[in-house]
Design a binder for this molecule. Sequence first.
Ligand SMILES: *[C@@H]1O[C@H](CO)[C@@H](O)[C@H](O)[C@H]1NC(C)=O
Ligand SMILES: *[C@@H]1O[C@H](CO)[C@@H](O)[C@H](O)[C@H]1NC(C)=O
Ligand SMILES: *[C@@H]1O[C@H](CO)[C@@H](O)[C@H](O)[C@H]1NC(C)=O
Ligand SMILES: *[C@@H]1O[C@H](CO)[C@@H](O)[C@H](O)[C@H]1NC(C)=O
Ligand SMILES: *[C@@H]1O[C@H](CO)[C@@H](O)[C@H](O)[C@H]1NC(C)=O
Length: 300
Amino acid sequence: MKQRWVIRQPPSLALPSLVLLLLFFFYILFNIRVKSLFLASPTNHSITPTKTPHTETKFNILIGILTRPDNYDRRHLLRLIYGIQSSSTAQIDVKFVFCNLTKPEQRALVALEILRFNDIIILDCVENMNNGKTHAYFSSLPHILPRHYDYVMKADDDVFIRLEALSSSLKPLPRQDLYYGFVIPCNSMNPFVDYMSGMGFLLSWDLVEWIGKSEIPANYTFGPEDKMVGKWLKMGNKARNRFSNKPGMYDYPGTNGRCSHELIPETVAVHRLKRRDQWMHVLEFFNVTKQLNHSKLYHL
Ligand SMILES: *[C@@H]1O[C@H](CO)[C@@H](O)[C@H](O)[C@H]1NC(C)=O
Ligand SMILES: *[C@@H]1O[C@H](CO)[C@@H](O)[C@H](O)[C@H]1NC(C)=O
Ligand SMILES: *[C@@H]1O[C@H](CO)[C@@H](O)[C@H](O)[C@H]1NC(C)=O
Ligand SMILES: *[C@@H]1O[C@H](CO)[C@@H](O)[C@H](O)[C@H]1NC(C)=O
Ligand SMILES: *[C@@H]1O[C@H](CO)[C@@H](O)[C@H](O)[C@H]1NC(C)=O
């Protein structure tokens, strides 16, 4: 059930002779198996469990939570949620991302937030969901960030992400040409068809740079933001490494048909947390506040 392997699409042009040589070798040893490989789709026939290639240093992730300037309460909650988490394998920065401010009140309050937390990115766009905000986000990062990250995630503001689980699931995966998330449709287990849900998907840095440079994304910015990302990658023949993290990512129980299931211990992300009671259920299930020590200063 749980996908614990990387499905790697072979490069279409690179190393053709090596591939042929290997296939010939396997042909001799495993005649039948090789026949089935040739019969399979030429783009996604090999499934290779990978060992852990990167153990040395922590890799780094930028999580950009796309939200709106006026969602002050949600940012407050999310700062607490992510501020008390950490990861043993990755260095993770969480930022809130929105388009141009429109009101004097926002200019004052957001300025206070930036002074206090320095975790806000304001893109040059008019606030929208499916009219190019996601493109503005990825394409501007290489120009505005002071550093590069191994991975960049786009997340909604109604998703709870468990940072340790996220980073351990990424640890054995390629750092290049990677597209990670929850593949749509809900019951699909094939990340090479369609796209990753906008709840939270992640791209390796080379793909972020490609989005900023290629004509393809720039020409197709209008439409459901998550679907468009899948379209760009397909048109550009990108993201040969894909990983759909099911059942670790899902919609909150009962909120979205087959995209929903019960909370499970091996969760990476739960989406569609719209109401306070849903957040409370999730915090309780994952023992988020259990780390609190007893003190004479408070009693809960
Ligand atoms: C990958 O293989 C599946 C069958 O396992 C097939 O349905 C799908 O179309 C293939 N995807 C590509 C991109 O070839
Ligand atoms: C966003 O704000 C900047 C700075 O005020 C301005 O130059 C830019 O034109 C605005 N962008 C949009 C899309 O309104
Ligand atoms: C993008 O749009 C421009 C202008 O319409 C066109 O010349 C170019 O061929 C398009 N590129 C792609 C990759 O669709
Ligand atoms: C939460 O804590 C309880 C009691 O210690 C434990 O049984 C349960 O497995 C924990 N849940 C998770 C998701 O770690
Ligand atoms: C709780 O107490 C333990 C032991 O004194 C300490 O190591 C830990 O940091 C404390 N946790 C918090 C959240 O203060």
